[in-house]
Design a protein around this ligand. Sequence first.
Ligand code: 5GP
Ligand code: ZN
Length: 142
Amino acid sequence: MSEDCIFCQIVAGDIPSRTVYEDDTVLAFLDANPLSPGHTLVIPKTHHERLNDTPADVAGEVLSTLHELVPAVEAAVDAPASTVAFNNGEEAGQEVPHVHGHIIPRFEDDGGRPIHALVTDSPDLSDGELDAIEADIAAGLE
Ligand code: 5GP
Ligand code: ZN
């Protein structure tokens, strides 16, 4: 547990939450400032700042919980779709530094936008630049 982490305090029961699912590894609860009805957060119970810091088995549990919860959340609020996303790091908009997946139910004409709307001036990358990025990512996995 990280003493000054809001989500660790929720896990510890020191801050109340509207919990929709819990097991030994994962906790899911309603977002306190929902972007739409049913906006739900899924977190590991252990403190890891970003996906990058999260052990693979724990990250797998978070993903499988998201997988299980998405249809339940959509059904609960009669949503035909949802945006499922992580703000992974401060520069990406992550405000609470304890990794969490968002399930944001979406509705026709809800005024929300797709993930592609996050960036308005996308880069125009050459084939050479794309080749280098492709190779660097693959090399980083070795
Ligand atoms: P981020 O911007 O870090 O991806 O999202 C953090 C989310 O946590 C926000 O949507 C915010 O509304 C939610 N949040 C922050 N503090 C609390 C809290 O104390 N309780 C709950 N349930 N949600 C919180
Ligand atoms: Zn934490």
